[in-house]
Design a protein around this ligand. Structure first.
Ligand SMILES: [Zn+2]
Length: 394
């Protein structure tokens, strides 16, 4: 009898513990992993605020869908939600989807044989199907964005086609207008080594995909992988299928060989959604000047990140310095914002503070017309070229 009581008591303690972990842990992890520096002593200049208010701002990478947060409500945690996107006058936010993240991942050599996302998925009580399937994790995050868009009553608009993009821009009169959301995959291991996965994820709304994240996979080698190879045979077929469907190729986290292989194969311009440049911030995670030039020569756009590993000085001035380097090397038509907000970074400001970048670019000596390109027009131009036709019914 008493044994059974102890068993029952233990069971209750365990159940309470699991529920408490599910309630307390996700927001705690979110706040720990996606912190923000205290606001600067003085905000952007009047000139910057005026200029910023007239921009069409686009950011190429935020991992917000990974976390337990309502995208429609202002949160005290993390970097991105609809109220703060509006505060930052953002017209288009690309949402990157992470499905696997090895323990001890680093920029030099990361084996792909472990994963921390499984525990995060469990503690956030995602559907059972996502516990063992990377593709299910990607689709779950796509559905999460869809649900938020439906609840937003036109505030957050999924962008899946050229027409969607045109409609969004026509509807945006000011910062209170709708914000476009484009789905991107961070690492093609979520295809689960099947070409058909490209079509499945296209159907789920993905319009940008990176071959790799922190580790080599069946598609390609990562800049942080063990082998750091190029595109595999499957990888070549994946890139061709992406181009057929109208999915933008993102070379963030790609190994140098993968970048070369994709540039040799691709018939359309590519993006690097979030990176730094080695000339300003050395290291294997960032682009060398030869790749900066090759990507620009192919008509591509390079998104500069807002974290220390990308710019070596994660301040508005530091971000502006890396942007200016790309401008100086290949022109302002090939550089953009690639924040990596909510990507387990310590950000200098959240998305509401993007006018600080406009201010820093003015201080760095960029002309207003160049700032317009960098802050969004380059991304909008390229997506208008790469996205498939046909409006998404809603
Ligand atoms: Zn990343």
């Amino acid at each position: 009898m008493w044994l059974r009581r102890i068993g029952l008591a233990l069971g209750i303690v365990l159940a309470v513990g699991v529920v408490a972990a599910g309630v307390v842990l996700p927001p705690w992890l979110d706040a720990q992993q996606n912190s923000v520096a205290p606001p600067p002593a003085s905000g952007p200049s009047e000139a910057a605020l005026r200029l910023h208010a007239g921009l069409r701002v686009a950011d190429l990478h935020a991992d917000s869908l990974l976390w337990s947060r309502d995208l429609l409500r202002r949160s005290g945690r993390g970097h991105v939600d609809l109220p703060r996107l509006r505060e930052g006058n953002v017209a288009l936010q690309v949402f990157g989807v992470v499905t696997k993240s090895p323990r001890g991942q680093n920029y030099e050599r990361t084996p792909g044989d472990s994963d921390r996302i499984t525990a995060l998925v469990m503690v956030q009580r995602w559907p059972l199907s996502t516990w063992g399937s990377l593709r299910a994790r990607a689709i779950h995050q796509a559905e999460k964005l869809d649900r938020a868009a439906r609840r937003s009553e036109g505030g957050l608009v999924p962008i899946r086609s050229r027409e969607d993009l045109e409609r969004l821009l026509a509807a945006r009169k000011d910062a209170a207008g709708p914000v476009g959301a484009l789905l991107a995959l961070e690492g093609s291991h979520a295809l689960e080594a099947e070409l058909a996965g490209v079509d499945r994820l296209f159907d789920a709304g993905f319009r940008m995909m990176a071959p790799t994240h922190f580790f080599d996979n069946a598609v390609a080698g990562s800049s942080a992988g063990v082998e750091k190879g190029g595109l595999t045979e499957l990888g070549r077929r994946v890139i061709r299928r992406m181009e057929e469907l109208g999915i933008a190729v993102d070379l963030a986290h790609a190994s140098p060989r993968t970048i070369d292989d994709v540039l040799a194969l691709a018939t359309r311009p590519v993006l690097v959604s979030h990176t730094g440049v080695q000339a300003v911030c050395p290291g294997p995670r960032n682009l060398g000047d030869a790749h900066v030039r090759a990507i620009a020569a192919a008509g591509g756009v390079i998104g500069i990140g807002f974290w220390d590993g990308a710019v070596c000085d994660a301040t508005p001035a530091g971000i502006a310095r890396s942007i200016r380097h790309v401008r100086d090397a290949v022109g302002a038509a090939h550089v953009a914002l690639g924040s990596d907000f909510d990507g387990t970074i310590h950000a200098p400001f959240d998305v509401g503070g993007l006018a600080l970048v406009t201010d820093a670019l003015l201080a760095e000596g960029l002309a207003e017309e160049e700032i317009r390109l960098v802050m969004g027009e380059n991304v909008l131009r390229l997506l208008a070229e790469l996205l498939p036709p046909g409006a998404t019914p809603r």
